[in-house]
Design a protein around this ligand. Sequence first.
Ligand SMILES: Cc1ncc(COP(=O)(O)O)c(C=O)c1O
Length: 357
Amino acid sequence: MSGTKREMHTEKNVFSGADAIQDFMDPDKLPYVPLVEIPSTLNPLADKGVRVFAKMMNLLPLGNVKAVPAFNMIREQARRGDLEGVEALIENSSGNTVFSLAIAARQFGVEKTFSYVPAEISWNKLLMLLFFGVEPIVNQEPAKPADNDPASGVYKARRDGERPDMLNPGQYENPDNPGAHEKWTGPQIWDQTDGKLSIFAAALGTTGTLIGTSTYLKSHNPDLPVVGVMRAPEHYVPGARTEKLLNLVDFDWRAHVDHVECAESEVSYRLSMALSRRGLMAGPTSGMALAGLLQHLDKADAAGELDALRNADGEVLCVFPCPDGPLPYLDEYPRYVGAEEFPPIHNEELLLNKPRA
Ligand SMILES: Cc1ncc(COP(=O)(O)O)c(C=O)c1O
């Protein structure tokens, strides 16, 4: 093998030695996350010069968007000395964030991670946390959560994190969450689109992806329209929040959003499945971001405003992140996309393990 360690990382994609895993988690040492154009069959405005690209965050080492803020939050805490004496992390999360944090923390010597999870967590997600060695603490969340509600998992994690042997990274208020996307996701997208981006759209959870990415993109093009996509009220899309739940997030996400769209469960799961079947492994919030983006473009087209979005090449170039893949949510799809989307099973009567009803 030839070349310096740095060249090896970026060109040959080899990670070796005592720091191999830590290097593998460091976006500075990884190739760019792929940006892939969706097929015209999934882009109703393709014949009007609209091009839509998916930023495949599921291809990060931990298989999800939270790999980047988790690594950034933990590394910055380690650099500040905040991990000294810490024996366990505690976070409020039932999915990607906490298992990504647990893995990142192990790289910096903290072996144990606890997580508050809501009582309605699915068995599949619970199993995923257990698989990654996270200890869940089931919490009965308040029906109508108030700001700083002492019964909420967010509050309890913050309170527990004040113990000297515990640390709460605090994904809902930690600037290193959006900071990670300002440092890496935004610059990659700007470079990958040669600065010709027309619109950026993202699903809103902690809002870290949207705030960080748009902060960087708008530092280069202050007029860039940014679309925030929230979950429609009473609809389920894991990882994304409704407007009511977004009001409990400390980050000032509204200052970074030009347009807000709401997406329902059915369209989110359907687009996720459609993207996945074409080779873009996209989970429900990916479908949700695409749904919100297409909704927004549709309105712009109806209002005769598409031309105002065209770049120097005459195209409307759009990017949305795919935060993770569909596999952790497989059991949820039949509920939202309808049985007719699932092919028949031939000789089903021979099956030894019957599918669940
Ligand atoms: C699957 C998925 N999609 C979207 C998001 C939202 O990303 P952000 O928290 O950066 O708003 C998350 C956050 O946990 C997620 O896990």
